[in-house]
Design a protein around this ligand. Structure first.
Ligand code: PRP
Length: 183
């Protein structure tokens, strides 16, 4: 049905408590797997920053953090298919253990591109950690080593995720209603 209502956060898909449990599990897995090493967690701005901030406080081993600002969506609600590095890493990742921390994998375009760029810099290892993966994503193309949860292929906001830069601050993840990507 056609509507001109401004899209707003509606159905809550993950509550703050749900997210906390997922983040604690992921932090535990990373802490176990990287015991005795000094991984660098690379957060993809802007969406990944809230997740990273919580995740590192659930990791009990020493690690470093870095930021990479990329953009594929711009102001649009669907992927443009073009990824741009807006701000690059500060430190070298050569010979380091890298975990890329992403809020959501949708088409997989962003992570596929970033992983290729980082691989060329010769890290010792390169893994991905994503809080969410949409069911529409191609799981073969994007092997996410540390995955929080699969969600329906809907436009979601909150916990770092935005709609036109709004709603990143919400402590939960909700579907935007009506879905601006649906025609
Ligand atoms: C979003 C999200 C992921 C990417 C996922 O970022 O944070 O990085 O899209 O989509 P994909 O799997 O289809 O590539 P966006 O470009 O909206 O930037 P933002 O993180 O600054 O909001």
């Amino acid at each position: 049905m056609m509507t001109d209502r401004e899209p707003m956060p509606g159905t809550v898909l993950l509550s703050a408590q749900d997210i906390a449990a997922i983040v604690a599990r992921l932090g535990g897995e990373i802490s176990r797997d990287y015991e005795g090493r000094l991984p660098i967690l690379i957060s993809l701005l802007k969406g990944g920053v809230v997740f990273l901030a919580d995740l590192i406080r659930q990791i009990t081993i020493p690690h470093h953090i870095e930021f990479l600002q990329v953009s594929s969506y711009g102001g649009s609600t669907t992927s443009s298919g073009q990824v741009k590095i807006l701000t690059d890493l500060e430190m070298s990742i050569q010979g380091r253990d890298i975990i890329v921390v992403e809020d959501v994998v949708d088409t997989g375009t962003t992570l596929a591109y970033i992983m290729e760029v980082l691989r060329l810099r010769n890290p010792a290892s390169l893994e991905m950690c994503a809080l969410l993966r949409k069911r529409s994503a191609n799981p073969v193309a994007i092997p996410v080593r540390y995955l929080g949860q699969e969600i329906p292929g809907r436009f979601v906001v909150g916990y770092g995720l935005d709609y036109r830069e709004n709603f990143r601050h919400l402590p939960f993840i909700a579907a935007l209603e009506p879905d601006p990507a649906a025609s």
